[in-house]
Design a binder for this molecule. Structure first.
Ligand SMILES: [Zn+2]
Ligand SMILES: [Zn+2]
Length: 308
């Protein structure tokens, strides 16, 4: 575990040579230094991020359950760039290498210009946020003026609700699959760096629907099938790069894109947990990651519904 932050940092440097923090989705889709810490200890998400349009109605952040007066911690190291009222609400904003985190309503114990470490206390939660009935902390994430889902940056830390459960495919064998569900397996061990839904495309910079989730992992790491089934496609496929699609008995299909190598061929049967390839950077990709898609019929669905 100690090696991972160093690895992530080195990769950010490598990516920085090509694209110095200019995209919303670098090698790992994360411009700040690695994953974010939950700002509220044991605070689960009670209201999710929901935005269909940058200027339309929606919830530009997430609400975490909190007790009045509970400590609010910095999600990552950075500099306090705002501590005061915004539209009548006590708000704190911290800048982390091009990404901003915002916290409200919070009584600040820091001042503008203060440097904070990851986990450092910024202040205490106050009552009065609109979107939750009880007291909660509203957390926002802003990159290049765009609101993004902060939850996508949380490292899995055992919270079932609203968290991705990412277990290592190299570990103990997972429980048997549940009917109608692809089970508890994940295609590759890693952090979900970009969720399903609308986002600014990292290469074209155009607002576009992201039809799967991105899981950050080093190139070469094993990618496994999340369920039993048979291989439908195993080849280069345009922007998806080296691509594998598997049909499952319940009619669901899963697809694995940007692979560096493919270990299966069309028609082959696979079991859950079987290696189908390796993480790569092929096709329209800005760094090593797996783009993972779940389809029902011709439509894609949010893979998070299957990965918990
Ligand atoms: Zn909110
Ligand atoms: Zn993707």
């Amino acid at each position: 575990m100690r090696l991972r932050p160093i690895f992530v940092f080195m990769c950010l440097i490598l990516v920085g040579i090509q694209q110095p923090f200019s995209t919303a989705d670098t090698a790992f889709g994360v411009k700040s230094d690695g994953p974010w810490l939950r700002p509220i200890r044991n605070g689960h998400v009670i209201v999710s991020f929901s935005m269909t349009d940058q200027y339309g109605p929606g919830h530009r952040g997430i609400d975490l359950a909190a007790m009045p007066g509970q400590a609010v911690h910095a999600v990552a190291a950075g500099t306090v760039v705002w501590a005061g009222n915004v539209a009548g609400r006590p708000t704190i904003s911290v800048e982390h290498r091009g990404v901003k985190s915002t916290y409200e309503p919070v009584r600040a114990s820091v001042r503008i210009g203060d440097s904070v470490a990851q986990g450092e206390i910024l202040g205490t939660v106050q009552a009065g946020h609109d979107s939750c009935a009880q007291t909660c902390l509203h957390l926002g994430r802003i990159e290049s003026g765009t609101y993004l889902d902060p939850e996508a940056l949380f490292l899995n830390d055992g919270h079932r609700r609203g968290a991705f459960r990412l277990i290592s495919p190299l570990g103990a064998p997972p429980a048997p699959p549940i009917a109608g569900n692809l089970g508890e397996g994940v295609p590759v061990a890693g952090l979900v760096s970009s969720g399903y839904g609308m986002r600014i495309h990292p290469i074209s910079k155009v607002r576009k629907f992201h039809n799967g989730i991105d899981i950050q992992a080093p190139c070469g790491r094993r990618v496994v099938s999340v369920g039993s089934g048979s291989v439908r496609i195993a080849q280069m496929r345009g922007g998806y790069g080296q691509y594998v699609e598997i049909g499952h008995p319940n009619g669901t299909k899963t697809a694995y894109a940007h692979l560096s190598s493919i270990n299966v061929s069309v028609g082959e049967s696979v079991q859950r947990g079987d290696r189908i390839g390796s993480v790569g950077n092929t096709g329209a990709s800005t760094g090593c990651h797996l783009h993972f898609i779940v389809k029902k019929g011709q439509r894609t669905i949010d893979p998070r519904r299957y990965l918990h």
